[in-house]
Design a protein around this ligand. Structure first.
Ligand code: COA
Length: 173
């Protein structure tokens, strides 16, 4: 950034950046605050606890050096076919409704597409994620590794037809 363009950016404007190792503790604290103690009971957690996140597809929202939002992607398979699994997505309660959640999901999906992933899977609220291109229809035959409301199992294609033909159990890759 040049000195003149830096002058145009408000000091406290949030930015979206790839998550670095030094953000991890703040991300954990943010996700704990957003989801509470029940977060580890979710079936989504079964796909994360023995997995390693996709470092190039996991992002933080920062205000200055403070982590105010986070999204992570994970490598999983559905019936043996690879797919990127998104979650958790969290934005600090003081910073919501400014588009950060959507911007984080879009950054993660764009990075996943660049990395060659064909689709992104998540478990979440369809009214929110349908605005960002996720749909329950192509995920009707996707089986989470634990109890999950099937209407909340959502897929987004990253390439034409990329969300088609997924069937079977979701497993750590
Ligand atoms: C969901 C979450 C990440 C959204 O972050 P955000 O930065 O506020 O998101 P955006 O600014 O892109 O979108 C905000 C809009 O989505 C709406 N919205 C938020 N959660 C929603 C939900 N579960 N269902 C439907 N709409 C929702 C908000 O009301 C807001 O609407 P408005 O623009 O009319 O005010 C944030 O509310 C959060 O961290 N929640 C707790 C954790 C969580 O539920 N994560 C997602 C689980 S998969």
């Amino acid at each position: 950034m040049t000195a003149s363009s830096a002058a145009l950016v408000p000091q406290d404007a949030p930015s979206i950046e790839v998550e670095a190792a030094h953000h991890a503790a703040a991300v954990e604290a943010l996700v704990d605050r957003a989801f509470g103690p029940g977060r580890f009971a979710k079936s989504s957690e079964r796909l994360r606890e023995t997995n390693q996140k996709l470092d190039d597809c996991s992002f933080v929202a920062l205000r200055g050096r403070t982590v105010i939002g986070s999204v992570r992607l994970w490598p999983v398979t559905i019936g043996g076919k690879p797919v990127a699994f998104l979650g958790p997505l969290a934005v600090d309660s003081e910073q919501r409704s400014a588009g950060l959640g959507q911007a984080l999901v879009e950054a993660a999906c764009e990075a996943a597409a660049k990395a060659g992933w064909r689709a992104v899977l998540l478990v979440g609220d369809a009214p929110y994620f349908s605005r960002i291109g996720f749909s329950s229809a192509p995920a009707a035959r996707v089986v989470m590794p634990g109890p999950a409301d099937q209407r909340r199992v959502l897929l987004k294609a990253l390439v034409p037809g990329g969300d088609e033909g997924f069937e079977g159990r979701v497993a750590v890759r």
